[in-house]
Design a protein around this ligand. Structure first.
Ligand code: C2E
Ligand code: CA
Ligand code: CA
Length: 729
């Protein structure tokens, strides 16, 4: 615009032939200046800085020279006309230049200096000496102002950058010192070598500060993977980011420090100096191994059983749900096996929880070893385990696995110098046939398990819809049992026990019988366990005790009565008082009452049981150890209490009769032991004359069994004496 203004003044005076070429040259110079400026903008004032600056200076010089030429030539060609106008144009250009924020301050100075020189020259040529002085002052003032403005500008920009950087450092430091003690600063140079390592970072690296300074970061944290180059994915990722000079924050990196696998959380930013050169990375890091471990641990605990390391109930039910969905979708069959240990409670109670836990661990590893593909075993709690079979194929698969589980778990265990025997029962349900939901499957497999236990353990039962009926039956049986005593449905039968040598009657064992109005005759094998489960055995047992003592009063003085006492009943605080009452009310001599208990009483609360029995013995009663050899036989029990009689279980008698060496050995051992402990032995379940002879030869003192008499009514028992008396008479 200024050039156009100048041209419009001088063209009429000196002609276009002079003005237009001048304007053309100026336009070319301005175009080139503009180009150089754009180049500077594009490169961000970075690359090739020096050469562009030189080009800029040359442009400024050329532009200023062009104007100086106009200043000196145009008024001269116009014979001195419009000299002042031209001078003012130059003054305006100089003033304006002061404020142009060129990327190159030097070019501005050159521009002003050249124009100033031209102005001074024009005044010298005109002989205007005062104006020369003014022009000199004006030029100097302009130059000084330009330098001043540029300096202020650069200083303020530098200050801004410094503040920004300080803020970054301060926030990092604050984080290091306040937020988390485990955080540290880290810094690497462009070659990714550690730089200004802080003591805390050196500690994290596991080496002294001086040793790690200058070492490649990756070498320090890759451990022995450094040589192989086989980095874990996270470390590989870090290496990539560093190589590409990319920003990253809170990146989880798996590192290896002194051979130990650890997890770091790293953040980093690439750094540049004031010329924009990459100077490396700086960031913060922290060791998050413990947090990771604990969160992994929490996740683990939620899904695994701590004792056995097997999947827990949560995981099992999830797997079952998944298996059910799969089975429905693909029209296949999944299965759930519930496994319960037989006699585990005995181990736990007699040998303690530590031993019990060790046994469970062994059980788990045996179970685990039996699992095949798409089979998952887990622990539901206590001694209950479950197996989920995702695709069971045929029912054979389920029964095969159940059989293998039972067989394997029934093998002896070696725990803390004890050889332990537990068995297992299995109940199974198949989905979706036996249940469309996890809950239904669980309930039905449980019913099947209950049935298996009911059959005496060591069995596998499949779920059948009738089991619901038998569970219902059991419930109804329980309802009836509650009212049995009140309705006078219970009676006692008495089975004779004879001297093995003389075959004379020494006592009667009282055995309870229940003739239910709703269920007819119910075997004690069925209702006694139910009564024990529901604690109904306490009132029933009390009644039996009273009734048996009453009846025994009718028998000859030398005939004893044996009364079975369940653990629940014995452990009742009032047991001793009940016995006293029964004896007092009936007038039976205490010596004629023998209480029969099984080993299971010692499995619960051994000391309470022992106290109760000792109190009874203090009255003068005797105590027999029933079913010896079937429970969790430990000879230790025999030393704990002075039993009067050990009753050898029917299974050994039958075994011995069939020639089983083991049974014979056990009977021999029991007899020998009893003799040494001053106890007597009774063989149970002798059914034939041969068995009786065998038992006699083995040295048992007393015999009880169908051969000498079945359990009989009280009248029949009384008749027995009458007939003996009559015969004697
Ligand atoms: P137990 O105390 O071992 O009683 C002996 C069982 O063996 C009786 O079965 C008896 O009938 C049976 N038995 C006796 N001799 C022979 C034989 O030669 N061959 C065969 N095969 N069996 C024989 P029962 O009466 O069915 O009683 C079963 C169990 O019920 C008893 O076993 C006992 O544990 C329990 N029980 C019975 N009455 C009572 C009671 O009044 N209170 C308590 N707590 N339990 C009782
Ligand atoms: Ca008995
Ligand atoms: Ca018995």
């Amino acid at each position: 615009m200024v050039a156009a203004f100048a041209a419009s003044i001088f063209a009429p005076l000196i002609g276009f032939m002079v003005v237009l070429p001048w304007a053309g040259v100026l336009a070319a110079i301005l175009l080139r200046t503009r180009q150089t400026d754009m180049q500077l903008v594009e490169t961000g004032a970075r690359l090739g800085h020096a050469s562009l600056e030189r080009a800029q200076s040359i442009n400024a010089l050329a532009g200023a020279a062009c104007w100086t030429a106009a200043l000196l030539m145009f008024p001269w060609l116009a014979d001195g006309a419009e000299a002042t106008s031209m001078l003012l144009i130059i003054v305006a250009l100089m003033c304006a230049s002061t404020f142009v924020y060129s990327t190159s301050p030097l070019s501005v100075l050159i521009y002003i200096a050249v124009l100033g020189a031209g102005m001074i020259a024009s005044q010298v040529l005109a002989g205007e000496w005062h104006a020369v002085g003014g022009a000199i002052l004006f030029t100097i003032a302009n130059l000084v102002a330009t330098i001043e403005i540029r300096t202020t500008f650069v200083k303020s920009r530098l200050a801004e950058a410094a503040v920004a950087e300080k803020e970054a450092v301060v926030s990092l430091l604050l984080r290091e010192f306040e937020e988390n003690e485990a955080d540290w600063l880290w810094e690497v140079d462009p070659a990714r070598r550690l730089h200004s390592v802080s003591p805390r970072f050196a500690f994290a690296l596991g080496s002294p500060q001086a040793e790690v300074e200058g070492k490649p970061l990756l070498e320090m944290i890759a451990g022995n993977r450094w040589s192989s180059g086989q980095f874990p994915p996270s470390l590989h990722d870090l290496a990539e980011r560093l190589k590409n000079r990319e920003n990253f924050s809170n990146m989880l990196v798996q590192v290896s420090i002194l051979g130990e696998e650890r997890w770091w959380e790293l953040s980093g930013t690439p750094m540049r100096d004031e010329h924009g050169r990459f100077t490396g990375f700086r960031g913060v890091g922290s060791d998050v191994t413990e947090q990771r471990k604990s969160s992994e641990k929490i996740a683990y605990l939620a899904r695994y059983d701590t004792l056995t390391q097997l999947p827990n109930r949560l995981q099992l039910t999830e797997a079952l749900g998944e298996a059910l969905r799969y089975a429905v979708q693909w029209r296949t069959r999944c299965a759930l096996l519930m496994v319960d240990l037989d006699r585990f409670k005995a181990v736990n109670d007699s040998l303690g929880h530590m031993t019990g836990d060790k046994l469970l661990a062994q059980v788990s590893s045996r179970l685990q070893s039996l699992m095949g593909e798409n089979q998952m075993v887990g622990r539901l709690g206590g001694d209950e385990f479950a197996v989920v079979i995702r695709d069971a194929g045929s029912p054979q698969v389920v029964s095969d696995l159940a059989r293998r589980v039972i067989d394997r778990l029934s093998e002896p265990y070696q725990v803390d110098h004890h050889t332990l025997y537990v068995g297992a029962s299995v109940g199974s349900a198949e989905g979706p046939r036996d249940g469309g939901t996890v809950e239904e499957m669980m309930r039905n497999a449980d019913l099947a398990l209950y049935q298996a236990k009911d059959m005496g353990g060591g069995e596998h039962c499949r779920f059948e819809p009738e089991l619901h009926a038998s569970a219902e039956e059991r419930r109804q049986l329980e309802v009836s049992l509650r009212t049995a005593l009140g309705r006078d449905e219970m009676v006692l039968h008495y089975q004779p026990v004879v001297d093995a040598n003389t075959e004379e009657l020494v006592s009667f064992e009282a055995l309870v019988r229940w003739n239910s109005a709703e269920h007819g005759f119910v075997s004690p094998g069925k209702f006694i366990p139910l009564a024990e489960d529901t604690r109904l055995i306490v009132p029933i047992g009390r009644w039996v005790m009273r009734k048996a003592c009453e009846e025994a009063r009718n028998w000859p003085e030398h005939v004893k009565v044996n009364v079975n006492v369940s653990p629940e009943q014995l452990l009742e605080p009032g047991f001793h008082a009940e016995v006293v009452q029964a004896l007092a009310a009936t007038g039976l001599r205490p010596e004629r009452l023998e209480v029969e208990v099984t080993e299971s009483i010692f499995l619960r609360d051994a000391s309470v049981a022992r106290n109760a029995l000792e109190q009874v013995m203090a009255l003068g009663c005797s105590v027999a150890l029933d079913d010896f050899g079937t429970g969790y036989s430990s000879l230790g029990y025999l030393r704990k209490l002075k039993f009067s009689t050990i009753k050898v279980d029917r299974s050994f008698v039958q075994g011995a009769a069939q020639g089983s060496k083991e049974s014979l050995a056990i009977i021999n051992a029991v007899v020998a032991m009893a003799q040494s402990l001053d106890m007597t032995t009774t063989a149970e379940g002798v059914e034939t004359g041969e068995e009786a002879a065998l038992i006699r030869n083995l040295g048992c003192d007393k015999i009880q069994g169908f051969y000498f008499g079945r359990p009989m009514t009280a009248e029949d028992a009384a008749k027995l004496f009458r007939s003996v008396r009559e015969r004697r008479a």
